[in-house]
Design a protein around this ligand. Structure first.
Ligand SMILES: NC(=O)c1ccc[n+]([C@@H]2O[C@H](COP(=O)([O-])OP(=O)(O)OC[C@H]3O[C@@H](n4cnc5c(N)ncnc54)[C@H](OP(=O)(O)O)[C@@H]3O)[C@@H](O)[C@H]2O)c1
Length: 176
């Protein structure tokens, strides 16, 4: 199974923050719906899941359908159960669950802490970064652990419209 991280970044390299005052770009949301449909799942941290649940429009995909056919896995160490999702205690457990369920792709969709945990554990095969035309002040960062460094291979560069550019990169996976 392949693990793909999907993320929206600002032009100055932050992991874009999404809130009521700064909602995600339509082009990025539509792209996320396409990737979720392709994968048949997404994996999120508990904070991102709670934000997703609180936003009714986020439950609708590009065809106007709810994410009813999409398997949602929430990584949480503190909760035993999360309504509307499968709970995993750690990133590797989320991947093992999706692999058992026969998925070919695990789509890791945020937030900051969860993606950084997947990167630190060497569990990521590809990154899909959507660069939105905004600048933020100091913000969220997707980073490797201190003193780690990885060269990436650019696999695809596309324009999603509205000034949003997508770059898809391959990583060398460190674990078997
Ligand atoms: N730019 C984008 O594409 C994008 C997408 C989504 C979200 N975001 C932004 O990301 C921010 C939220 O990120 P966040 O870091 O606060 O939240 P998060 O990663 O969604 O959730 C953090 C929680 O997930 C669980 N978790 C994460 N890593 C874990 C691990 N390795 N093992 C066990 N549990 C783990 C923990 O839950 P428990 O506390 O229950 O143990 C942790 O408190 C928001 O500002 C949001 O707007 C941006």
């Amino acid at each position: 199974m392949m693990t793909i991280v999907w993320a929206t970044l600002t032009v100055n390299g932050n992991y874009a923050r999404a809130d009521a005052a700064h909602p995600p770009r339509k082009e990025a949301l539509e792209d996320f719906a396409r990737w979720a449909k392709r994968a048949g799942n997404f994996v999120v941290g508990r904070h991102t899941f709670e934000a997703f649940q609180a936003e009714p429009n986020r439950k609708v995909d590009d065809a106007g359908q709810a994410f009813a056919e999409t398997e949602i896995v929430v990584v949480s160490a503190s909760r035993a159960e999360l309504r509307g999702a499968t709970r995993a205690a750690a990133p590797a457990e989320a991947l093992a669950h999706l692999e058992r369920r026969g998925h070919g792709i695990a789509l890791v969709a945020g937030g900051e802490r969860l993606i950084n945990a997947f990167l630190a554990e060497g569990l990521v095969d590809e990154l899909v970064f959507n660069i939105v035309p905004v600048l933020e002040s100091e913000g969220l960062r997707l980073v490797l652990p201190r003193d780690h460094y990885e060269e990436l291979e650019l696999l695809e560069a596309t324009d999603l419209g509205g000034g949003v550019g997508q770059r898809r990169y391959g990583l060398k996976r460190r674990r078997a």
